[in-house]
Design a protein around this ligand. Structure first.
Ligand SMILES: *Cc1c(COP(=O)(O)O)cnc(C)c1O
Length: 464
């Protein structure tokens, strides 16, 4: 189905360069090159304005869990727009889609995570979380518990609050971040930072940084710890198995709140409804967005435990967004959850596609450029290295080789992202084993081209 006759690609690219400021992009450089313009999508495949077909190895931005082209979601949106396109939930009013979605999420979420505060995105939801945990402790008579501990190279969004919780140095460098009372500890990235330790030793050591930080700040000043079950935007960093149980022990010992940012790991990415269930994590609050609506509508939220929600309910919570629980977004999310559930998509990830990806992707570890090839559920990454044996970094500026590799990948009609010199994928959850094989074949071809390029340019050198 074609919606319109497209103007020529060059014309679109010129207008794009003249008027459209892209997120996380050097806009000057993009202007001379021209953006690739995506016009349609179906299943796991995108079509661009030149008619080329790409495998979307990133499910958009980690969000299109049920794949593209599901008419049921379009129909749910159209029905809701005709019935009640908008109403708010601020002043003692409510509406059916927000009620049903909150109840459904309470049903799906583990433990006593029974209450939902809606936002328009993951960043907004994490801003909400900052206020939720500080207000919780204030109502508990401990207003000095304000500090939130997060992790370097974690990602929690791009608003002032979200970017402050995140541990991205390049984001902090612009705009005077982080905001006050947010501190960061090092990440459980064994391949890159584990040195001589075994992964299990390293996982424990990195978890114990939380305890050290709590003691350095003073436990009576710490409100919460926030982390992604598996780091996504940081490069699909899968923690050693020893990490989360130790974090759980420390959080319980000092009685601080645990926020699991499930924006990527929620809604099936790791083969369970939530990443917490995959790791046995028991959070007080979960951040959700992305796969909640499979990206068909912008919606996010915080799923909150009984104790925190009941405490917050004691007073007016002076916080909310015009689009909190937007009826059209909520109706689309409900339809998305229905499809995930009724079609057994998450069970299939667990039983079939995640094991298949682990095998097929894992075989890339034999490639001379690849230091590790790891996956958990349907998210996976490769560490590119000039020397596997020593887990060496490249002599070139970090990200130089990753960028070259991504360019070849794009040329091979595979959307694979780079984070520094790691290559990452997180395809739609409906990807088939045959499409996984095709994806991995394109990734291998991309690695061969990248290796040849580095050899030709004399770039296969390790940093001193
Ligand atoms: C994408 C992401 C966010 C931010 O969500 P937005 O909808 O882009 O605001 C927050 N946390 C994690 C873990 C994410 O991956």
């Amino acid at each position: 189905m074609t919606l319109t006759n497209l103007p020529p690609t060059a014309e679109l690219q010129a207008l794009d360069a003249a008027h459209h400021m892209h997120p996380f992009t050097a806009n000057g450089a993009l202007a001379t090159k021209g953006a690739r313009i995506i016009t349609r999508a179906e299943g796991v495949r995108l079509t661009d304005s030149e008619g080329a077909e790409l495998i979307d190895g990133m499910a958009g931005l980690w969000c299109v869990n049920i794949g593209y082209g599901r008419r049921e979601l379009a129909e749910a949106a159209a029905r809701q727009m005709q019935e009640l396109p908008y109403y708010n939930t601020f002043f003692q009013t409510s509406h059916v889609p927000a009620i049903k979605l909150a109840a459904k999420l309470a049903d799906l979420a583990p433990g006593d995570l029974n209450h939902v505060f809606f936002a328009g995105s993951g960043s907004e939801a994490n801003d909400t979380n900052i206020r939720l945990v500080r207000q919780y402790w204030a109502l508990k008579g401990a207003p000095e518990r304000r500090v939130i501990i997060a992790r370097r190279n974690g990602y929690h969004g791009s608003t002032m609050g979200g970017a402050s919780l995140g541990g991205m140095a390049a984001m902090h460098a612009q705009g005077g971040l982080p905001i006050a009372d947010i501190v960061h500890i090092d990440q459980p990235y064994w391949w890159g930072e584990g040195g001589e330790m075994s992964p299990e030793e390293f996982g424990l050591a990195r978890a114990r940084l939380l305890e050290e930080q709590i003691l350095a700040i003073g436990p009576e000043r710490v409100a919460a710890f926030i982390a992604e079950p598996v780091q996504g935007a940081g490069g699909v960093i899968i923690p050693p198995e020893s990490y989360w149980p130790e974090i759980q022990r420390i959080v319980a010992k000092y009685g601080i709140l645990l926020i699991a940012d499930e924006v990527i790991t929620g809604f099936g990415r790791l083969g369970h409804w939530f990443g917490c269930q995959s790791y046995g994590i028991r959070p007080h609050i979960m951040t959700i967005a992305k796969g909640l609506s499979s990206g068909y509508q912008p919606i996010g939220g915080s799923i909150v435990c009984d104790e925190v929600a009941n405490t917050i309910a004691q007073d007016e919570f002076n916080h909310g967004y015009t689009y909190s629980g937007h009826p059209v977004a909520a109706a689309v999310a409900l339809e998305n959850l229905r499809i995930l559930e009724e079609e057994g998509i998450i069970d299939r990830v667990h039983a079939e596609t995640a094991p298949h990806l682990a095998q097929a992707w894992g075989r890339l570890a034999d490639h001379p450029l690849v230091g590790e090839a790891v996956s958990r559920g349907l998210m996976a990454s490769l560490a590119l290295t000039p020397d596997k044996a020593t887990r060496a970094k490249f002599q070139s500026e970090p990200g130089t080789v990753g960028f070259i590799c991504r360019e070849y990948s794009f040329g091979n009609n595979l959307v694979m992202r780079h984070v520094g010199d790691r290559m990452i994928i997180a395809p739609p959850l409906v990807i088939t084993p045959a499409d996984i094989d095709e994806l991995v074949a394109r990734a291998r071809k991309t690695l061969d081209q990248t290796l040849a390029h580095l050899q030709a340019e004399g770039m296969l050198k390790a940093a001193a």
